[in-house]
Design a protein around this ligand. Structure first.
Ligand code: SAM
Length: 317
């Protein structure tokens, strides 16, 4: 907990207005829960599942880019408290840039990284890392990078991009940050809520809200879904309750062409699961990560190192 770090340090992040400020304040004040508390949570399996999915996605993309390059550089856009640090370590990358709007989260991410380095085997070559606090929908990361010419093989944007769809300018700037410094052949990977599913669900109900005892999604207005700024409130067991915006995927795909990007694949979580669970390694990882309630596990309170690396990204979409 880093309440004492809330004072104004004059950084641009502290001067934000509107939703950016709400998002930063929300994530900055999220408390870290211990592993035991997390394993008691009603969303225990869901967050482990999300973590499994990210592990598999990241592992596959790193394997793909490694076919043409040995030393990999990654941009973790919206890194949070560093929930994916261990995945980058397991993927043997060489360099990582972590960026997030929430200064306290970035600081926690850095602390975790330094701890990981200290704890690592002396012979292990753990990637070098750089940490940036920035509203990535309003500030250019190249202006903040130590080496403004740095290039990335992968940009990873996990459960973040939907915050940018408030306006076209913000969505475009985040996309620019994601893609501008990608090498030819580089990948932009990410996870974001399924706008079709959200609209489908709310449209089949009389109310403008749906959910259960664990989560709720509330639209401000039904029947009208503008391309940008289409806000809904998402609440998950007190873990996340900040405004989010629908990402209309065909528009996102079109916008990405400006940065020479071509869609390689887009899948729902259930499609991704169906395809990857057939692979024995992924299946074993799922068991180790306790990512499905029906999977037999040795001890619910014991967790894999992947779970230890899972902090604040518990989102079911
Ligand atoms: N990617 C991390 C993970 O998967 O563990 C964190 C995901 S968390 C659900 C969403 C993150 O997006 C938060 O850390 C939040 O501060 C960050 N975020 C939201 N809006 C942002 C913005 N405009 N610029 C940079 N980061 C932003």
């Amino acid at each position: 907990k880093h309440d004492d770090e809330e004072e104004d340090d004059g950084s641009p992040t502290k001067k934000q207005h509107g939703h950016g400020e709400k998002v930063a304040t929300h994530y900055n004040t999220l408390q870290e829960t211990g592993l035991a508390a997390r394993s008691q949570s009603r969303i225990f399996y869901m967050r482990n599942f999300n973590n499994w999915l990210k592990s598999v996605l990241i592992g596959e993309i790193l394997d793909t880019v490694r076919q043409s390059r040995r030393e990999l550089s990654v941009l973790d856009l919206g890194c949070g408290k560093g929930g994916d640090l261990l995945k980058w370590r397991k993927g043997h990358i060489s360099r990582l840039v972590c960026a997030d709007i929430a200064a306290v989260s970035v600081e926690q991410c850095q602390v975790r990284y330094e701890y990981m380095r200290k704890r690592g085997h002396p012979n292990e070559r753990i990637f070098s890392a750089e940490f940036i606090t920035a509203d990535c929908t309003k500030e250019l990361l190249t202006d903040k990078l130590k080496d403004p010419k740095m290039e990335f093989d992968v940009t990873s944007c996990q459960f973040v991009y939907h915050y940018s769809f408030e306006t076209q300018q913000q969505a475009d700037l985040m996309l620019k940050n994601a893609c501008e410094r990608l090498r030819p052949g580089g990948y932009f990977i990410g996870t974001t809520p399924d706008a079709y599913e959200l609209v489908k669900r709310v449209e089949t109900l009389d109310s403008n809200s749906f959910g259960n005892e664990v989560f709720s999604v509330t639209f401000q207005k039904k029947g009208d879904y503008p391309l940008f700024g289409c806000q809904y409130d998402f609440n998950l067991e007190g873990v996340v309750n900040v405004p989010e915006f629908l990402v209309y995927f065909p528009l996102f795909e079109e916008m990405a062409k400006k940065y020479n990007m071509r869609l390689v694949f887009k899948k729902t979580f259930s499609q991704f699961f169906e395809e990857h669970i057939k692979n024995d390694q992924h299946k074993m990882l799922m068991q180790r990560m306790q990512a499905l309630e029906s999977f037999p596990t040795d001890n619910k309170n014991k967790s894999s190192s992947d779970n230890l690396d899972d902090y604040d990204h518990a989102k079911e979409k």
